[in-house]
Each structure stands twice: as structure tokens, then as C-alpha cells.
Ligand binder design. Structure first.
Ligand code: ADE
Length: 225
């Protein structure tokens, strides 16, 4: 899979993809993540990427021109499954959306800033608008990092069997059951006896029951449909 991220702050996105699972996924050639600095495509003398909004009002708006030039260049090189805009008024990200996006070949992700992006970018180029929750971030970069992480870990070969994404919370509309490791007792706090029995059938049933109990308690909305 290839992911092209369009941003005015590429440095903000270098960290999240240069460690651990995201780093290994790129090294293994399972995903190619390209950061593009929108400023490099500005045609103005001072490399501006924003301007005052028509009609007045506080806050700058990201200009269409450098974004359009960059998107047109990428689209001429390959076909894209989605051109995504990270914005608090987008559709709220969930596991199903990440699963669907992980099946694509190429995606573009545009990170917004300031008051947002000129509406014409959204009308003419964007195919999907995604929010990571009902709160406002300073820009779309951290939201893009969350989205990319949730997609890349689903790509075949990225996780090994032990960490398989199939057992994640939400994958079957249930939260994960509690987990424990050694020691079996710490300051009087004991690991549930069942987990020490070696009876994997019973352990599976216990885990299912705990997952259901936790979901009912914390996220009953997941059980509604
Ligand atoms: N940009 C600013 N806030 C955001 C959010 N909650 N989700 C996605 N992009 C954003």
C-alpha cells in the first residue's frame, strides 16, 4: 500500500512513522508512506500556503492552488482509492472504516490547518472526510497519524500471529478481555485461577464472557446492532 500525506508540517509526522510497528512495516516494504510539504508547491514569492477568508472573519484559510498542484501531480502518477481530508466535521473514524481503507492500494491524506481549507478543494478533490473524534486539534497531522497507524497494522504481514489484529478490541464489535502476565501474585493481587489451568477451551470461554461483560459495561452502543 502507498500512502501520500499532504501537510504544511511534515516534521510533525516523522516521529510516529519512524519507530516500532510502523517503521518495520515500511522496512518490510508492506507500506510506503510519503510526506509532501504543501509549501513546496506554492507559486507565491514568499511560499504562502494560506490567505484571508473572503467575506471577512478571523482565521486564515489554506489556499487551493498549492494543494491542487500537488494532488494533480500525484493523480497523474497513479490512481488513488481515496483522497481523504482530516477534519473535525468529517465522519468519525471507527474500526470498520480502517478495515475498508486497509484494502486499498493508494490513498492521499490531506491535513488541514487554520480555519480549514478552501471549500473548492473539498468539492473537487476530496472523496472522504474523516474526524478522529468530537474535539478540535491544532491541525490534521496527529489525526492523520492515528488514521495511518490504524490502517497499516491491518496490512497482511505487519503484525505477527501473537499480536494479530484479529484479536483487537472492536474487530468483532467487542472490547478485549483483561490480560495478565507474571508474576501470578503481586502484593496479594492474584491472576484469575482459570488462566493458570492450561485448559484452553475453558480459557477461551472465560475470555469471551469477560469481553462481553466489559463491552456491556463500557460500550453498550457496540452491542446495539
Ligand atoms: N483536525 C482538527 N481536529 C481534527 C479531528 N478531531 N479529527 C480530524 N482532523 C482534525
Amino acid at each position: 500500500m502507498r500512502i501520500d500525506i499532504l501537510t504544511i508540517l511534515p516534521a510533525l509526522l516523522q516521529g510516529p512513522f519512524s519507530d516500532s510497528i510502523m517503521k518495520r512495516a515500511q522496512e518490510k516494504g508492506l507500506v510506503e508512506i510519503n510526506l509532501h510539504n504543501i509549501r513546496d508547491y506554492s507559486t507565491s514569492k514568499h511560499k504562502n500556503v494560506d490567505d484571508y477568508q473572503y467575506g471577512g472573519g478571523a482565521g486564515m484559510v489554506m489556499s487551493i492552488e498549492p494543494i491542487a498542484i500537488l494532488i494533480e501531480k500525484l493523480k497523474a502518477e497513479r490512481d488513488y482509492d481515496e483522497i481523504i481530508y482530516m477534519t473535525p466535521d468529517g465522519e468519525v473514524l471507527d474500526q470498520r472504516m480502517s478495515n475498508n481503507l486497509s484494502l486499498g492500494e493508494n490513498i492521499i491524506i490531506l491535513c488541514g490547518h487554520y480555519k480549514g481549507v478552501d471549500e473548492r478543494v473539498r468539492e473537487f478533490y476530496i472523496t472522504k472526510e474523516i474526524s478522529i473524534g468530537s474535539y478540535v486539534l491544532s491541525g490534521g497531522e496527529l489525526a492523520a497519524a492515528v488514521l495511518v497507524d490504524s490502517i497499516v497494522r491491518l496490512l497482511p504481514g505487519v503484525l505477527n500471529d501473537e499480536t494479530s489484529a484479529l484479536t483487537d478490541s472492536f474487530q468483532d464489535d467487542l472490547l478485549s478481555p483483561p490480560v495478565y502476565t507474571r508474576p501470578p501474585e503481586f502484593n496479594g493481587m492474584k491472576v484469575p485461577d482459570i488462566l493458570l489451568t492450561g485448559d484452553f477451551k475453558k480459557i477461551d470461554l472465560w475470555r469471551e464472557a469477560k469481553a462481553l461483560e466489559r463491552t456491556k459495561l463500557r460500550r453498550p452502543d457496540l452491542l446495539e446492532d
